[in-house]
Design a protein around this ligand. Structure first.
Ligand SMILES: Cc1cc2nc3c(=O)[nH]c(=O)nc-3n(C[C@H](O)[C@H](O)[C@H](O)COP(=O)(O)OP(=O)(O)OC[C@H]3O[C@@H](n4cnc5c(N)ncnc54)[C@H](O)[C@@H]3O)c2cc1C
Length: 295
């Protein structure tokens, strides 16, 4: 049995693991996809102290190395269920079963999908949720970005430097994004705003060819970048876990309603979802989990 299992190797989970292993705890991190979490898809980070202009990929790699050098064990496995048992928790994936005295949930968030019928069949064939990851495939082409927040406008600006033309489709006539970002988008000749529009149909044979909106547009595009928000990775993981608006209900102490189960990072209820708050949560959750294993 491990002392502490951390679910998710993003900034919150890896920071928690660093704190726990330095307290001489036997720690296992389980990660479904790639170490570093959602930040590895970002081209640059400007607001994390002492690491100006670092790329998201370097942030993730450096954090992973720091954790592994300190002795953190990381396994690639997607956790499907966590159950409280006598003396701790059973943590299950499709093929494996692990156990620990305490668990820290640091599963972050995933991109929200449009929810259209054939959306999944176009993923990787025209539909993407990350311009930094996939924008290069659309060099010189016409693409669309859907969304009205900072992420969507960042994606549109990034793509305007690679693609011939970018449609920015938003369901309202005003953007939620910062004013400076909106002003910057408006200076770009190759970004066309399509406002008061919801995407209703995706057309194409094997690859996306066009999209239709509910205000009568049919736009011929090779790619569609969806940036309409993110959803927490918490639903169904733990029976009886209290959620608020799908996020794990917790205060700044990172405790959940289940003794011994702690939560860190973007997956919990909080005001600000950023690297600095995720790593802060990791430290707080680990300290609480360490104390719990001593009880
Ligand atoms: C495009 C973009 C740009 C950003 N730019 C900045 C920035 O410049 N500055 C800043 O401070 N913040 C930025 N952020 C926000 C920052 O990335 C997040 O606040 C931070 O990554 C949250 O860390 P986390 O560890 O809580 O979650 P995540 O980074 O989401 O990591 C969660 C990890 O858990 C894994 N996981 C999920 N479910 C399971 C499961 N069932 N089993 C096992 N593993 C699982 C996931 O694969 C993932 O690796 C940006 C986010 C995005 C999307």
């Amino acid at each position: 049995m491990h002392d502490i299992i951390v679910v998710g190797a993003g900034p919150a989970g890896l920071t928690a693991a660093i704190y726990a292993v330095r307290a001489n705890k036997k720690v296992l991190v389980l990660e479904a996809l790639a170490c570093g979490g959602q930040i590895i898809n970002t081209s640059h980070i400007d607001n994390y102290p002492v690491a100006p202009h670092i790329t998201g990929a370097d942030f993730g790699k450096t954090l992973q190395k720091q954790a592994e050098d300190l002795g953190v064990e990381i396994e690639y496995d997607e956790v499907t269920h966590i159950t409280p048992i006598e003396g701790g928790f059973k943590v299950e994936s499709e093929d494996e079963e692990y156990s620990a005295k305490s668990v820290i949930l640091a599963t972050g968030t995933s991109p929200r999908k449009l929810g259209l019928e054939n959306e999944d069949s176009f993923i990787g064939k025209g539909i993407s949720y990350c311009a930094t990851c996939d924008g290069g495939f659309y060099k010189g082409k016409t693409v669309a970005v859907n969304g009205g927040g900072n992420s969507a406008l960042h994606e549109a600006l990034y793509l305007s430097g690679i693609c011939d033309k970018v449609y920015l489709i938003h369901r309202r006539d005003e953007f939620r994004a910062d004013a400076a970002l909106v002003d910057k988008v408006k200076t770009k000749d190759n970004i066309e705003l399509v406002l008061n529009a919801n995407i209703t149909k995706l057309n194409g044979e094997k690859h996306l060819e066009s999209i239709e909106t509910d205000n009568g547009h049919t736009l011929n595009v090779s790619g569609l970048f969806v940036a309409i928000g993110r959803i927490p990775n918490a639903a169904g993981l733990v029976d009886g876990l209290e959620l608020t608006d799908d996020y794990v209900a917790s205060g700044e102490d990172c405790k959940t309603n289940i003794p011994g189960l702690f939560v860190a990072g973007d997956v919990r209820t909080k005001e600000l979802r950023q690297l600095v708050t995720a790593t802060s949560d990791g430290a707080i959750a680990a300290t609480a989990a360490i104390d719990f294993t001593h009880e």
